[in-house]
Design a binder for this molecule. Structure first.
Ligand SMILES: NC(=O)c1ccc[n+]([C@@H]2O[C@H](COP(=O)([O-])OP(=O)(O)OC[C@H]3O[C@@H](n4cnc5c(N)ncnc54)[C@H](OP(=O)(O)O)[C@@H]3O)[C@@H](O)[C@H]2O)c1
Length: 276
């Protein structure tokens, strides 16, 4: 589909998930370059997806249409400063949680930068990626879409601070859903179903409900109402769930998550200041 050359700096969990989806849609896999410090990870990515592996940074980086920094936030300053000498205003994309564009710009010297907050279902092509671009550039926007569309839903943010909200809702969201799955599974076990039955009942209930919602135009509240009838069984459960302040608790949880994302970003800014 695309002839663009893309480099991943860091070939860990999130990079692998994005590459796996790209590989399904890109004709020329050797145009996907990966730099990692770990030989085993590089070999596996090369064998599984046909990417071009790199053990060292070098002039090859300057030929890239997009360079994706997919290292942990604490590894980012070193990765950026190593890459800087070979980057000639190349389009840069960072998936590092909490790291602000102005800090990347300070370390890199230009602002052709995009921030992305993915989540783990990217691995299945059903992820959510919040995206904010520092400079409006149609070609860069197209490049982002070519790379990330196979990964799932793209949410374009008009302000960078919205990325912290994406972190709270969809970035960390899979953890909330897994907790819900755990609650369903535990109840099924308690009611005497086998471990496998309990696991599958939980998974299919969430998967089926999400699919139903995806294929419907009705509000979630209406879909919920349709499962309940006056004097029926479901309403006895939802009365307890709603009565325990479920919505407010979820909001509080996501506010706490967003606050922590902001704090992490500020801590990273301080560490960049201290580097100078
Ligand atoms: N996982 C998630 O759910 C998620 C969600 C949203 C955003 N993110 C963000 O995605 C980024 C990557 O997370 P991850 O879970 O994929 O981490 P990861 O599995 O640790 O992957 C990072 C990889 O980069 C390598 N690396 C470190 N420094 C390098 C350098 N200078 N040059 C080349 N490679 C280098 C690491 O090697 P070593 O292992 O040897 O250090 C590791 O293989 C993070 O910034 C995180 O905030 C993750």
């Amino acid at each position: 589909m695309s002839n663009k050359k893309i480099a991943f700096i860091g070939g860990g969990n999130m990079a692998t998930a994005i590459i796996a989806r790209m590989a399904d849609h890109w004709d020329e896999h050797s145009n996907i370059h990966v730099l990692d410090l770990n030989d085993n990870k590089l070999d596996k990515l090369h064998n599984d997806f046909g990417i071009t592996p790199h053990k060292e940074i070098g002039p090859w980086l300057s030929e890239m249409d997009c360079v994706i920094f997919a290292v942990k936030p604490q590894q980012l300053p070193e990765a950026l400063s190593d890459a800087k000498e070979f980057l000639k205003n190349n389009f840069v994309l960072s998936i590092a949680a909490g790291v602000k564009i102005r800090d990347i710009e300070k370390l890199l010297g230009h602002n052709r930068i995009c921030r992305v907050m993915p989540n783990t279902p990217v691995k299945e092509g059903l992820g959510v990626c919040g995206i904010y671009m520092a400079s409006e550039n149609d070609e860069d926007k197209k490049t982002v879409e070519e790379i990330l569309s196979p990964a799932g839903l793209l949410i374009w943010c008009s302000f960078e601070s919205m990325i912290d909200s994406v972190t709270a809702v969809s970035g960390s969201g899979p953890a909330y859903v897994f907790l819900f799955l755990l609650a369903l599974e535990k109840a099924a076990l308690e009611f005497g179903f086998t471990a496998e039955q309990s696991r599958q009942m939980a998974i299919y209930t969430v998967l089926g409900s999400a699919t139903l919602a995806k294929n419907s135009d009705e509000p979630f509240s209406e879909l919920c109402r349709k499962v309940q009838s006056k004097g029926g069984t479901t309403i006895e459960a939802t009365k307890i769930i709603e009565g325990s302040g479920f919505q407010e608790m979820m909001l509080r949880a996501m506010q706490a998550c967003r606050t922590r994302a902001i704090e992490l970003g500020d801590e990273f800014s301080e560490s960049v200041e201290n580097l100078k």
